[in-house]
Design a protein around this ligand. Structure first.
Ligand code: SF4
Ligand code: SF4
Length: 286
């Protein structure tokens, strides 16, 4: 049997790390012999999905049971799929936690005990009201300070209620995070939803890349900027405005009965020249 304990350091004397997905180390132990392997967590700085990836890492390491402080819904679902037992609310020294596990002091978690993305910010490391009634972090801390006995494990079990997604059932009458967690759990993307989201983003990136490439191609194929520009022979212009409608670049205005060309807009297409009834427009070099 192999169990994993989330840890702040790489040996059995390290402290149990409260975060699962972003713990610094996983201490993987064979409880009978206490032989252990310290695995540095590659997901500690992951932008997202640390819980899922760390749970997958546990499955890859052939771990059967995970001891940790807190476990969010994404990791919890991954554990469920991999058949890995999770025990939450564990603290203290890793070696002592393992001894207590061997003595049967812990209960298996029936659901996650923190919301998604717990532990991504320092202010989320204190999961106030994340436990059910009768098992606030303060009471757990006091209870466990006396030796981390079964009281802590049972208290948490009661607080957890019946399961994620079952909002309002067993989540506590005090409006605790479990009620919110039910809703958040529903809204939190499953692995399939996350995959669909990422595939959608990939499609969007492909579409935008195609647009950029098309634009590049258009620019490359466009003729070189015209060296011509329309000029107005003022004495011939009557200010009729026919050239304004013909200009695709909106480069012409008529002021004081005389047409004026904005040289920064004119591309020398010559359309105005064609429509001018008095031949007041000519193309010339810029
Ligand atoms: S069409 Fe010719 S005459 Fe009429 S405003 Fe333009 S330049 Fe002047
Ligand atoms: S040459 Fe073409 S772009 Fe320039 S003012 Fe005439 S119609 Fe407009």
């Amino acid at each position: 049997m192999r169990i994993a304990v989330t840890a702040t350091g790489s040996d059995l004397e390290s402290t149990v790390e409260s975060r699962f997905g972003r713990c610094p180390y996983f201490i993987i132990i064979e409880p009978d012999t206490m032989h252990f392997e310290a695995v540095e967590n590659p997901n500690i700085a992951a932008g997202g999905g640390a819980g899922i990836q760390s749970a997958q890492l546990m499955a890859d390491k052939d771990v059967q049971t995970v001891l940790t402080g807190n476990c969010g819904p994404n990791a919890f679902r991954t554990f469920g799929a991999a058949g890995i037992e999770v025990i939450v609310g564990v603290d203290g020294v890793v070696k002592e936690a393992v001894e207590q596990f061997k003595a049967g002091a812990f209960s298996t978690a029936s659901q996650p005990n923190v919301a998604s993305h717990f532990g991504t910010r320092p202010d989320t490391d204190a999961p106030a009201s994340s436990y059910g009634p009768g098992a606030t972090p303060a009471t757990m801390g006091q209870g466990r300070g006396g030796g981390m006995g079964r009281g802590g494990g049972r208290g948490m079990g009661r607080g957890m209620g019946r399961g994620i997604g079952d909002a309002g059932a067993g989540y506590g009458s005090n409006g605790s995070m479990w009620s919110q967690e039910g809703a958040a759990g529903t809204a939190s993307p499953s692995r399939q939803q996350e995959l669909a989201l990422l595939q959608g983003q990939t499609e969007e990136l492909r579409r935008r890349l195609a647009e950029v490439n098309e634009r590049i191609e258009r620019i490359q194929q466009a003729p070189a900027a015209s060296k011509l520009l329309a000029f107005v022979e003022s004495r011939k212009c009557t200010g009729c405005g026919a050239c304004i409608a013909a200009c695709p670049r909106s480069a012409i205005t008529v002021v004081g009965s005389r047409a004026h060309i904005d040289g920064s807009l004119c591309d020398g297409c010559g359309r105005c020249v064609e429509v001018c009834p008095t031949k007041a427009l000519v193309l010339g070099a810029r």
